[in-house]
Design a protein around this ligand. Structure first.
Ligand code: MSP
Length: 638
């Protein structure tokens, strides 16, 4: 059996958990769940980092002892994770006595081997980073992270001979391509090491200056530097170095961190492990920052996003899906509620939610709610099964490589493919023509794919996946599932089981509306003399309800968008529309609009348009014509 060990950074207890902390921990949870349903023995660790200057100062400001303070804030983290359906196997605190003992044992071991020495050092110390900076590293004399002036401190301390391991580390990174990933971060570390700048690491603080830390076992006048203490959590959480848990999981450890703490993880940590006679970790997986309006979240800017608040407002699974779908792991991403609503409405409410709901509704309409047996294969069946197989196979491969966004995008090809399969096989026509055997096969094919989709979505949206499976008349036991086997499995759905009559997995979220009182009645305008038309002339207009699938900017016109609208046809329709001054792309995707479908195609600034989207314009801007409840794409307006 394969094994998998995943860790998040242990978070400082000087701040409440926010979106950034939630992101890394949700990614770890999704990965752990993914490995569990891949049949791997899995261990998932998170926790809190509780020693050091930062915490000691914050406690003082709060008028509490450091331990009391750490207890309170650590609990905010340990209590938040279950509320986000995060199932970690352990929660470590660096004040845990077992951790303290492990740190002291390792310090002693490294000291005994001669890799820790006593010396004097003067340097620019940033309290925010809790580290010394060299002259060269400062930017205009300021700390590059905090933009504050560091204090010059000169004192006697203990040092770890980190520089000794520079060449070993460089060659380890170069011979292990997955050691630091994605590649950009690996290159960053390689060039740092190649510049030959690696110095020894100051790993103690005199108690006269800082008391709140782990005492050095070989000198009671000093406490351990917080990073040397914190990094060891990944080891101490596994218990004794000779124990079974350590032997099982250490060789397969995957760390998740954001780029802010690349250096301690990519440089301090592997050299510490080497000096302690332990194997290096398997891989360090570095992600970017969540930005809010293009800047990093920070308390002082007041742009901190609360994860619980977002999950309560939009639904936990929609929030989890958004985080994994929106950020390409490794790069920065922007968080906005509009973007979240856009994804929720388009991918979840519209694509997946509608697909699931209409499939249940049709099973009720045509088969009294009981899953029919597949008795007559027909056109499109082989193709949808092939699409299902490839998209699930790619999803699994991409997910394992932490390419969550692309993985989900690939899975959605199946979701959209199923919607098209339903449109193409036209169950209602089969029913009208009394082709019940064929209809049974069509419905079975759709429902069985929905079962497979739910199993694949469980790591990302566990609650939703479990509801879907229950509504498909199944019990779900993750320990019995193996998603690799799902690729070729067919027919695990039980013919004859009853499915739910309907489902509303992801209610659509409407964007805030203008208060009706603000909608002034315009001054009575002179009625424009529109020529009366005959009813027959009006009937020539083919007005259809469409669902916006995707929107792109027009390459040559700022006011125009290229809008692809699903009108229930084989391919979405391309409409070139003057919406760009009024709508963000995300406001449009997933919306239902009314389209003049039989307008003669014409070119707008070089791009062919195959219809027109109807809107109303007034002094408040532009408003789309839409339907008052979700309607099947292609529905005729009459
Ligand atoms: N205590 C150290 C880590 C020690 S690990 C041995 C620490 N703590 S922290 O509370 O500052 O957490 C930093 C981590 O929180 C980041 O590496 C990342 O996982 C997460 N994030 C915090 N803000 C973030 C964003 N704006 N965006 C994405 N993730 C971010 O550093």
């Amino acid at each position: 059996m394969s094994r998998f060990y995943v860790t998040t950074p242990i978070y400082y207890v000087n701040a409440k958990p926010h979106l950034g902390h939630a992101y890394t921990t949700i990614v770890a949870d999704a990965l752990a769940r993914f490995h569990r349903v891949s049949g791997d023995e899995t261990f998932f660790l998170t926790g809190t980092d509780e020693h050091g200057d930062k915490i000691s100062k914050a406690a003082e400001e709060a008028g509490q002892s450091p331990k009391e303070y750490a207890d309170t804030v650590s609990a905010l983290y340990s209590q938040l994770w279950p509320a986000l359906n995060i199932k970690n196997d352990a929660f470590i605190r660096t004040t845990d006595p077992k951790h303290v003992k492990c740190v002291q044992d390792i310090l002693q071991k490294v000291y005994d081997s001669g890799d820790i020495y006593f010396g004097e050092y003067g340097g620019h110390y940033c309290f925010g980073c809790e580290r010394f900076y060299t002259e060269k590293e400062l930017v205009d004399g300021l700390c590059p992270q905090h933009q504050t002036k560091p204090e010059f401190i000169s004192e006697k301390n203990y040092f770890f001979r980190m520089s000794k391991y520079q060449d070993w580390l460089l060659s380890h990174i170069e011979t292990h391509p997955d050691f630091i990933r994605p590649e950009g971060y690996r290159n960053e570390v390689v060039s740092l090491l190649k510049s030959g700048a690696l110095e020894d690491l100051c790993i103690s603080r005199p108690k006269s200056r800082l008391n709140w830390g782990i005492e050095l076992p070989f000198d009671t006048g000093f406490v351990c530097y917080v990073w040397f203490d914190a990094l060891l959590n990944y080891v101490s959480a596994l218990g004794s170095l000779k124990g079974e848990k350590f032997r099982k999981f250490w060789p397969v450890v995957n760390h998740l961190v954001a780029k802010d703490i690349l250096k301690p993880h990519a440089v301090f940590w592997p050299t510490m492990l080497k000096a302690a006679g332990l194997e290096p970790y398997k891989s360090l997986n570095v992600h970017g920052y969540w930005l809010v309006r293009d800047t990093k979240m920070s308390k002082s800017l007041g742009n901190v996003i609360g994860p619980l608040e977002m999950s309560q407002k939009y639904g936990l699974d929609a929030f989890r899906y958004f985080l994994l779908r929106e950020m390409s792991y490794g790069q920065d991403a922007s968080f906005s509620e509009d973007a979240l609503i856009g994804r929720l409405n388009a991918d979840l409410a519209n694509d997946l939610g509608n697909l699931f709901n209409r499939s249940l509704a049709m099973t009720h309409k045509f088969f009294g709610g009981l899953i029919p047996s597949p008795e007559e294969e027909g056109p499109g069946d082989a193709e949808i099964k092939a699409l299902g197989r490839t998209s699930m196979e790619q999803y699994q491969a991409l997910f394992a490589e932490l390419k969550f966004s692309r993985a989900l995008e690939t899975l959605w090809e199946l979701v959209r493919g199923l919607n098209k399969y339903i449109d193409a096989t036209a169950p209602w026509t089969l029913a009208k023509n009394n082709r019940m055997k064929r209809l049974g096969s069509v419905m079975f094919t759709v429902l069985e794919h929905l079962r497979k989709l739910a199993v694949h979505l469980w790591p990302v949206m566990p609650g939703t996946a479990e509801i879907m499976l229950r509504q498909l008349g199944m019990e779900f036991d993750p320990t019995q599932v193996n998603i690799a086997r799902e690729l070729d499995a067919w027919g695990l759905l039980h013919t004859g089981s009853e499915v739910a009559a309907s489902s509303n997995l992801f209610p659509r979220v409407e964007l805030p509306e203008i208060e009706p009182s603000k909608l002034k009645t315009p001054a009575p305008a002179k009625p424009e003399a529109a020529e009366a038309v005959e009813f027959e002339d009006f009937q020539k207009m083919d007005l259809r309800v469409g669902t916006v699938v995707s929107v792109d900017k027009h390459p040559d016109a700022d006011k125009l968008y290229l809008v692809d609208v699903d009108l229930g046809e084989a391919e979405p329709r391309r409409v070139v529309a003057g919406l760009a001054d009024f709508f963000q792309i995300n406001d449009l995707v997933g919306r239902q609009v009314v389209v003049v479908a039989n307008l003669k195609p014409r070119k707008l600034r070089g791009q062919k348009s195959h219809g027109m989207i109807l809107v109303v314009k007034d002094e408040h801007g532009m408003s789309l014509l839409t339907t008052h409840r979700p309607t099947l794409s292609g529905g005729k307006v009459s």
